[in-house]
Design a protein around this ligand. Structure first.
Ligand SMILES: NC(=O)c1ccc[n+]([C@@H]2O[C@H](COP(=O)([O-])OP(=O)(O)OC[C@H]3O[C@@H](n4cnc5c(N)ncnc54)[C@H](OP(=O)(O)O)[C@@H]3O)[C@@H](O)[C@H]2O)c1
Length: 353
């Protein structure tokens, strides 16, 4: 009988960002070399998707040179647009038999700029705190998407959750030997960032951080049933702190290098979270997908990418306070049913009409 080559398919949302790109690079370097690897890049724009695929292809050609097939596909999806999410899932179901790993990495905030005076005071009085838990990024309040949902809520949590819900509906994990979903949270996801009266984060001045707390709770509330119903292992991770491509717009060369200097200083002074480089930041997401096993690596922990003063990577796990997870789950389940109903006539098979 002809032996079939093992095949792994990984989808990374927001692949064009620093972390997404490095998760993909690490997969190219670390997925067993005799395995065929398919990477599905997602972006809101075709230009970013093409650029990302070109970068990854060059990386393989110059640095890794996988002997087995490495192929790429892309999916254009905007998580602030429910029709786009549905269309992306539908298209994936038409073009792929199976997905093994999904990294829910795409995220956005609604930033209006930086309070430079506050930033100076915070970074001078307590530099490590100032560059680990900054409170000087100004976020707009009450921003809604065109779907009339809280924009950050939809982009970072409900949209990706609904995307997974559709991939499960289309049985895209069924043929995988060991399917895994990896949520990317943040070191900034304390319970105080989220009010149970404002789950769409419309009144919040910290909607980005609130969205990360929300996804921590959603993970705790869903990982067991995902495994029982679908055999899918879900993990919660965070990348520590890295240079973010999307934040460059608020910085000039002076403030960018100033920020970088403070990041290195924080690491030298003992901060475990200043990974700075996307490669180190991708350690935890790649670990939970390729190496973790359920017995030794419990799914109720949060896996953080950390580094020592000299940049040597390691992993740090934390427990997550589960208060509120049942309320969050019932809110998401109800909203999912509402959107299933709203979108039920969106996809029509024109060939049978
Ligand atoms: N940077 C940090 O220090 C840090 C710290 C803690 C946690 N994190 C988390 O780590 C992840 C990656 O961070 P990063 O710094 O690499 O981010 P980034 O450079 O800002 O990239 C995020 C990517 O998400 C995509 N995206 C944004 N809004 C989207 C939307 N509405 N729909 C679909 N895609 C969207 C964008 O891709 P396109 O523009 O191509 O669509 C973008 O490339 C995020 O979840 C972030 O919250 C980062």
């Amino acid at each position: 009988m002809k032996k079939t080559t093992p095949h792994v398919t990984a989808l990374i949302t927001g692949t064009s960002g620093n972390l997404g790109l490095n998760i993909a690079k690490r997969l190219i370097a670390e997925v067993p070399q005799e395995t065929r690897l398919t990477i599905i890049v997602t972006s809101r724009t075709l230009a970013n998707a093409n650029h990302t695929i070109a970068l990854l292809s060059d990386y393989n050609a110059t640095d890794v040179r996988r002997p087995a097939v490495l192929d790429f596909d892309y999916s254009l999806v905007d998580f602030t647009d429910m029709v786009s999410i549905l269309a992306a899932a539908y298209e994936l179901h038409n073009t792929h038999r199976c997905i093994d790993y999904v990294y829910l990495n795409a995220a956005q905030g609604v930033y209006a700029g930086i309070d430079w005076w506050g930033a100076t005071v915070e970074c001078c009085t307590n530099p490590i705190k100032g560059v680990t838990y900054p409170t000087y990024k100004i976020q707009r309040v009450g921003v809604k998407s065109a779907d009339s949902l809280g924009l950050v809520f939809q982009a970072n949590v409900f949209g990706p959750y609904y995307f997974i819900h559709k991939l499960l509906d289309y049985n895209l994990f069924e043929l995988s030997a060991d399917p895994r979903i990896v949520w990317i949270s943040s070191v900034m996801s304390k319970p105080s960032y989220l009010s149970m009266d404002d789950l769409q984060l419309l009144k919040s001045h910290e909607s980005y951080e609130g969205s990360k707390r929300l996804l921590d709770l959603l993970h705790l509330a869903t990982y067991k049933s995902l495994y029982q119903r679908y055999r899918v292992k879900q993990y919660l991770t965070h990348p520590g702190i890295l240079t973010s491509f999307s934040f460059f717009q608020f910085l000039n060369p002076v403030t960018y290098y100033g920020m970088l200097l403070l990041f290195y200083l924080a690491r030298l002074l003992g901060s475990p979270w200043h990974n700075i480089h996307g490669w180190i930041a991708a350690n935890a997401p790649v670990f939970v997908s390729l190496y973790a096993d359920q017995r030794d690596d419990p799914q109720d922990l949060k896996y953080g990418s950390a580094s020592r003063w000299n940049g040597k990577e390691y992993m740090k796990t934390e427990e997550v306070d589960p208060t509120g997870m049942d309320d969050v789950l019932s809110y998401f389940e109800k909203l999912t049913l509402e959107w299933d109903d709203k979108l039920k006539n969106q996809i029509v098979n024109t060939r049978t009409r």
